[in-house]
Write a protein that binds this ligand. Structure first.
Ligand code: ADE
Length: 260
């Protein structure tokens, strides 16, 4: 399935089906490859050669999917898009976070290694690719300025209070845990200064991309406050808001890639 310009191919990864709703319909010249229980879709999205895949939820699922992406498709870069819980009071539901660094909040081999450090690497925080993240941020910015109201219904904007949506850049923490406990969240905020959001895949993808030296970027829409009611309206928010953001932002991102 490798093509002659496969080095330039961009991979788009989503954890949940709801997060990539509507994307498959936009894919031109679609081909499907099933590997390791994942369905890899290659084709062209708004002129950009790409492979799209649903990783499933959690760090292992994300890591195995991305390893397979790198080995089988020789992708040039990887972009993860989805939702996250807010870990900073400045973030509202519907805001966007672009990761600058990622950490595995459940990595703890102490006292052998410092808490959060990936054993034998000396690293706890992994950085995203600056240029790719900037392109993703520009695409998100353009979407919020020009397209937001076309993609999200008035009812959803009112229900989720999506006026004045902002983009934030900073630290995302990942772990195999859906955080819905204010006390657990407070502990993570205390132990990880600058933490903006929590999710379940990003730092695993960061580690694989670091090992293979593949540039990657991560964009998350805030779906909840990681508190006791984090699961309320979760699926509805993803379908009516986050998936619409993803489509609009990827549209801008892919078109922009043609110019670079
Ligand atoms: N993804 C979206 N919300 C989340 C949360 N509260 N915890 C972990 N992953 C999430």
């Amino acid at each position: 399935m490798q093509t002659s310009n496969s080095k330039k191919m961009i991979a788009f990864v989503f954890a949940m089906q709801e997060e990539q709703q509507g994307l498959e319909r936009q894919l031109q010249n679609k081909e499907v490859l099933i590997r390791g229980k994942r369905r890899y879709l290659t084709g062209s999205l708004w002129g950009q050669e790409c492979v799209c895949v649903l990783s499933g939820i959690g760090k292992v699922a994300a890591a195995s999917t991305v390893t397979s992406l790198i080995e089988n498709f020789k992708v040039g870069s990887i972009v993860l898009i989805g939702v996250a819980g807010a870990a900073d009071d400045a973030l509202k539901i519907g805001d966007i976070v672009i990761a600058t660094t990622l950490v595995q909040h459940d990595m703890d081999a102490s006292p052998l290694f410092p808490r959060f450090e990936i054993p034998l690497t000396g690293i706890s925080h992994l950085s995203t690719d600056v240029a790719l993240s900037r392109q993703l941020g520009d695409a998100a910015d353009f979407f919020l300025e020009n397209d937001h109201e076309n993609h999200v219904s008035d009812a959803a904007i009112a229900q989720f209070n999506l006026q004045n949506v902002k983009i934030h850049h900073g630290l995302i923490a990942s772990g195999d845990q859906f955080i819905n406990d204010r006390q657990v969240l407070a502990g993570l905020k205390r132990d990880l200064p600058g933490l903006l959001a929590v999710e379940m895949e990003g730092a695993a993808i960061a580690q694989v991309c670091h090992d293979f030296e593949i540039p990657f970027a991560i964009l998350r829409t805030i779906s909840d406050d990681a508190g006791e009611h984090a699961d309320y309206n979760f699926s509805q928010f993803i379908i009516e808001v986050a998936a619409q953001y993803s489509l609009g932002i990827l549209h801008n991102f892919c078109r922009q890639q043609q110019k670079t």
